[in-house]
Design a protein around this ligand. Structure first.
Ligand code: AMP
Ligand code: MG
Length: 489
């Protein structure tokens, strides 16, 4: 892949140009002592950015938002959002900047965006900053999610600023550079709608159609087509999360994208013990964003998107509501199809689509989830243990699921002739396990990036079991205790 020299970094500012009401020109705060901590070189190459240039003082200037190429127009983006169910009409990028859009090697438009780059007019009481630990957390976990083939924003780099950030204690500060199909959120539409400016709402919808769901442009009702496309993309996304045991942790409407990419890695975590009621976030007291609630919560967020879009769906608002309800109603079937197709693959049954009845699969999956919920085994390990059982060794799954009904379930499943090789291609060995992430971030905060690099190596090839990575494939030791995550703001 060819890499462009620095002078050709071209950043467009299409969002700012088309939606100036939602963009405040801004720039990154100066950093006393910038130091590059991690860089995703493959992603840099995909973007046509030279990794050596990114390491240079000019490159770090770009990654901090203090020096931007000619013609760029960095902005803080406005958005609204329901946070834990309560509506805030003005959230916006309090500590983030959209540097601009660039074209990747495949000709796709990608946002280059910073987090932790200083206070903006949306900062309210916040300091506009971010600490090394949480920014590396987004780097590592989003890399793991990407390696699993799940749509996500991606982390390009984390640059330590040399500035202290004050949380419970003083922490080293950092800026994360991330790349996304866009940063349009359900909350972006809620913002536009709340202004009462229909022209703005329409321009935002047109921008979203053109960037993410161009098929909608030719639909009989393009704005309904947009909504249907977002419903489909989000149903597929949340099914992917459920299949790998990803708990987003803070599924507010401002953290639900129009593109269908995973966004905002704050208190997220991968499931260890299987339990639908699992909550890791320290602030999610009611369990609103528990693992098992995620499909319902995403659908709720999509209902908020529908409300924001109503004036565009039909002049007759009763008819607009009916159209929105019908389109939202498709979420359940979309989700079920994506989830059951994924479960069919996880159970090694994709090679027999014709003769395996949906009802048989549904009851097989339901009974397995009941077994898992009772035994609470490690989610990731359980599916690899099932592949071992398909190869004739039931010991690993028996150790994880010591339940009298396990063997009966295994007989039913094995009678369908599951393919263990195919299972190992979709059931990861390595995910960013909570204790490994914590261990790596603690070391990095103290100045040792070795464990972060090693963890990245493990999760970059999630399905290839490798010698030397044994401790990355097993659950946390008992003494790690119940896991809690924090928003990291
Ligand atoms: P998040 O929890 O990251 O989705 O952020 C929710 C809102 O709080 C967004 O408007 C953020 O920009 C804002 N925010 C979070 N942390 C900070 C901070 N340290 N300084 C300023 N704004 C922040
Ligand atoms: Mg957010």
């Amino acid at each position: 892949m060819s890499v462009a020299p620095s002078s050709t970094v071209v950043l467009d500012h299409r969002f700012a140009r088309e939606l100036p009401e939602m963009a405040i020109p801004w720039q990154g705060a100066a950093a006393p002592d910038p130091r590059l901590l991690v860089l995703d070189e493959q992603l840099a190459a995909e973007l046509g950015l030279d990794p050596d240039w990114l390491r240079s003082p000019d490159g770090l200037g770009l990654l901090l938002g203090t020096e931007v190429p000619e013609g760029a127009e960095p902005v803080a983006q406005a958005y609204a959002g329901h946070q834990f169910g309560g509506f805030s009409p003005r959230l916006g990028d309090g500590r983030a900047l959209l540097l601009g859009e660039l074209l990747d090697a495949d000709g796709r438009v990608r946002d280059l965006h910073l987090k932790g780059s200083g206070r903006t007019p949306f900062a309210r009481g916040g300091d506009g900053l971010a600490a090394v630990g949480p920014m590396l957390r987004e780097f590592v976990v989003s890399r793991g999610v990407h390696a699993l083939g799940i749509p996500t924003t991606r982390a390009l780099a984390v640059v330590a600023t040399g500035r202290e950030v004050h949380r419970e204690t003083a922490l080293p500060g950092a800026v994360l550079a991330r790349v996304a199909a866009s940063h349009l959120r359900v909350g972006s539409f809620q913002y536009a709608r709340a202004t009462g400016d229909l022209d703005l709402l329409r321009r935002l919808a047109d921008h979203a159609i053109s960037r993410h769901h161009p098929g909608a442009a030719t639909a009989a009702n393009p704005y309904l087509g947009l909504f249907e496309a977002v419903v489909a993309a989000q149903a597929s996304l949340v099914a992917r999360w459920m299949l790998v045991g990803f708990v987003h942790g803070v599924l507010n409407t401002d953290n639900t994208t129009i593109s269908g990419e995973t966004i905002d890695y704050g208190p997220c975590a991968f499931l260890d013990a299987f339990d639908p009621s699992t909550v890791y976030s320290s602030i999610d007291h009611g369990g609103r964003y528990a693992y098992g609630n995620q499909p319902a919560v995403v659908q709720w967020n999509l209902a908020r998107l529908a409300e924001a879009l109503l004036p565009l769906l039909d002049e007759d608002q009763e008819r607009a509501v009916a159209l929105a309800q019908q389109a939202l109603g498709a979420f359940g079937a979309r989700y079920d199809a994506a989830y059951s197709g994924g479960m069919r693959a996880k159970l090694g049954l994709s090679h027999r689509p014709g003769d395996l009845d949906d009802a048989v699969l549904t009851s097989l999956v339901g009974d397995l989830l009941d077994l898992l919920t009772r035994a609470r085994p490690d989610h990731t390990s359980s599916f690899r243990a099932l592949a071992a059982a398909a190869r004739g060794d039931r010991a690993p799954v028996r150790a994880l699921v010591p339940d009298a009904e396990l063997d009966g379930w295994l007989e039913r499943w094995l009678a369908l002739d599951p393919d263990p090789v195919a299972m190992d291609r979709v059931n990861p060995v390595y995910v960013p396990r909570n204790h490994l992430v914590e261990e790596a971030l603690t070391a990095a905060t103290a100045g040792d990036l070795g464990p972060v690099r090693r963890l990245l190596e493990a999760v970059d090839a999630p399905y290839d079991e490798r010698a030397g990575f044994e401790r990355y494939a097993v659950p946390a030791p008992e003494e790690f205790g119940p896991y809690r995550t924090f928003c990291g703001t």
